[in-house]
Design a protein around this ligand. Structure first.
Ligand SMILES: O=C[C@H](O)[C@H](O)COP(=O)(O)O
Ligand SMILES: C=C(OP(=O)(O)O)C(=O)O
Length: 354
């Protein structure tokens, strides 16, 4: 008797072009295990961040690094310089390297190393996850803690154990899925204001993430699971400006702190010198950092800053399949400051803290 499709098969998968296996997180963790030295870097990276957020460590939190990682070799090259500088300034700054693998796009574009590690539209996600985990281990082995944006709710199971600081971006701060995810994450998480400049959405996200939730996810073996969380008390707001202009001014900082106070949340805020605060112009980032440093020196309660920085200044367009033509050490997403400019600004921030 011929096998005919039942009603569900006829209705299902009408727009699915393919389904293929994803490696289980536990297998990736076994292939790229964490050693004791990396575990110490992660634990110290997290605990120092929490102490800064709670005001028991008076240093400034600095999250700095490329907009996105597209070339692990260049990322390690950058990390070596940053690790040395971070060590020099460790009395005043707690430096976390931005190692971002997932890019939320306004419309379309390359979505990061995990999604398309070959930069050619081949979407070798299993390979991307392997490269991401290995790179986080390599950078942490330098004694430099790492920070990632979490975009896909499944990805953290593969890499989150190595991450000292997490971020939820402007495009997902309102998402219940991401707020629930934050409530489960083991590290402090910065949450951005919206791309339109709404700060309350980040305050609301901080409050939602501090609560416990029950939601569907995956376990370490990659199986569907119901996750029950206890809530994350270490989330905080990041002011990133908007399409309408910057929002790193003192008035917005104190308004944000008042909103947090009203919501009975700890009063702490990070300033992102890039994105809407610099109009995505890397040259303007330096001016933002200098102004913020002056205000920190004058005693304004700013918990930390974020800088987008890579080896070379600016940005370049990726042509899928032509990665070999890219300039080494230059961003293929948002424009970044170059390393010498960044090193000078880290000195400026450290001097302000002193
Ligand atoms: O930080 C990176 C970008 O600003 C973000 O991913 C959006 O990029 P897009 O507007 O170029 O898509
Ligand atoms: C995507 C980022 O920022 P935003 O969400 O503020 O656009 C980012 O920091 O890389």
């Amino acid at each position: 008797m011929p096998i005919t499709a039942g009603p569900a098969e006829i209705l299902d998968n009408q727009r699915t072009a393919g389904i293929s296996p994803l490696i289980p997180p536990s297998l990736l963790r076994q292939e790229h295990p964490m050693d004791a030295a990396v575990a110490k870097t992660v634990a110290q990276g997290r605990s120092a961040t929490v102490d800064i957020l709670n005001g028991t460590d008076e240093r400034l939190l600095v999250v700095v690094g490329p907009c996105s990682v597209h070339d692990p070799e260049a990322a390690v090259d950058y990390a070596i310089r940053l690790a040395e500088k971070a060590d020099q300034l460790r009395d005043r700054l707690h430096v976390i390297m931005r190692v971002y693998f997932e890019k939320p796009r306004t419309t379309l574009g390359w979505k990061g190393l995990i999604n398309d590690p070959a930069l050619d539209g081949s979407y070798a996600v299993n390979q991307g996850l392997r490269m991401a985990r290995k790179l986080l281990l390599d950078i942490s082995a330098l004694g430099l803690p790492v920070g990632c944006e979490f975009l896909d709710p499944i990805t953290p199971q593969f890499i989150a154990d190595i991450v000292s600081w997490g971020s939820i971006g402007a495009r997902t701060a309102a998402s219940q899925v991401h707020r629930q995810l934050c409530s489960a994450l083991s590290m402090p998480v910065g949450i951005k204001n919206s791309t339109e400049g709404d700060v309350q959405v980040a305050v609301d996200a901080t409050r939602a993430a501090a609560a416990s939730h029950v939601f569907p996810g995956i376990n370490a073996d990659g199986l569907a699971a119901l996750i029950t969380t206890s809530g994350n008390p270490d989330c905080h707001v990041i002011l990133r400006g908007s399409a309408a202009g910057p929002n790193y001014d003192s008035e917005t900082v104190s308004d944000t702190l008042a909103r947090l106070r009203k919501a009975e949340l700890p009063e702490r805020v990070l300033i992102d010198a890039s994105h809407g605060n610099s109009g995505k112009d890397h040259v303007r980032q330096a001016g933002v950092v200098e102004e913020v440093a002056n205000r920190i020196g004058a005693g304004e309660g700013i918990t930390g800053v974020m800088l987008e920085s890579f080896l070379e200044a600016g940005r370049q367009d990726l042509v899928l399949g032509k990665a070999s033509e890219l300039t080494y050490g230059q961003s293929i997403t948002d424009a970044c400051m170059d390393w010498p400019t960044t090193a000078g600004l880290l000195d400026t921030l450290a001097a302000a803290v002193r």
